[in-house]
Design a protein. Sequence first.
Length: 89
Amino acid sequence: MDGAAPPDGLDAALRALWWDAKDDWAKAHGAAQEGKDARAERVHAYLHRKEGDPSNARYWYSRAGVEPATGALDAEWQALARAFLRPAS
């Protein structure tokens, strides 16, 4: 993940994951807040879980329409990145 900013063309969810991979929670959170779809809400939930705010995370998982994650944070990040980078079929 080279560069000082995410690559052009990424949606809010992928920008948030990019910033999170750079260990910049605040910028990741800001990017997730910019999104108005379930993908961004899903990453928003992950970020609050990572932050240690399970109540807020549950709210965002609910908004995204998914069950709260309970596994390792790294595994959740990887699953999100794989799902969001998969080409539409």
